[in-house]
Write a protein that binds this ligand. Structure first.
Ligand code: SAM
Length: 162
């Protein structure tokens, strides 16, 4: 059984299967996010870390990826070291145990059921002005304002402001 298959099974059990955002799409999403150097970028369910890494490398944000899957976290940290990136790290943790209050940007590509569970925590912890980028699925809450939608073949991307 490959590492990829094991990761897929483990992540699925934990609530959201491991499916990576396509590389070309990552470039477009980050460009549309207008990231500012030095600000804080959290990726909830960071997979192989491709988004957090590119955000730190290209836009100079301080990226932190959180994933419950130890294989993916190990791999993400390994790739980050290989790229010699300082302002990017990955933590093995359940996103529900992580404090979001310092975030300027939050990236999620999670199953709708997990997003629904996350909403109270987002509303409680995120500061005003934080940009939530949700790839694939909408965040369904009246108080979290949709500011932009970008369309793509497989999955749209939704941008929200707290
Ligand atoms: C659809 S993948 C997205 C990966 C990456 N963000 C991307 O877009 O390429 C969802 C990720 O969320 C992680 N995940 C699922 N439930 C989680 C939880 N409760 N806490 C932390 N990570 C979780 C999975 O391990 C998986 O890597």
């Amino acid at each position: 059984m490959s590492v990829y298959t094991l990761s897929l099974i483990y992540s699925s059990i934990k609530g959201s299967p491991y499916v990576a955002t396509r590389k070309k799409r990552v470039e477009e999403i980050l460009k549309d996010a207008n990231l500012k150097k030095g600000e804080i970028f959290y990726e909830l369910g960071s997979g192989d870390g491709r988004i957090s890494r590119l955000a730190a490398k290209k836009y100079g944000v301080r990226s932190v990826g959180i994933d419950v899957n130890p294989i993916l976290v190990f791999w993400s940290n390994f790739l980050t070291k290989m790229h010699g990136l300082d302002d990017c790290k990955f933590i093995k943790m359940n996103i529900f145990d992580f404090d979001f209050s310092k975030a300027d940007y939050l990236y999620i590509f999670l199953m709708p059921v997990l997003i629904d569970k996350l909403i109270p925590k987002l509303k409680k912890e995120l500061k005003k002005g934080t940009l939530i980028i949700s790839h694939g699925f909408k965040v369904k809450d009246k108080k979290i304002k949709l500011v932009k939608t970008t369309e793509a073949k497989m999955f749209n991307t939704y941008y929200y402001r707290i």
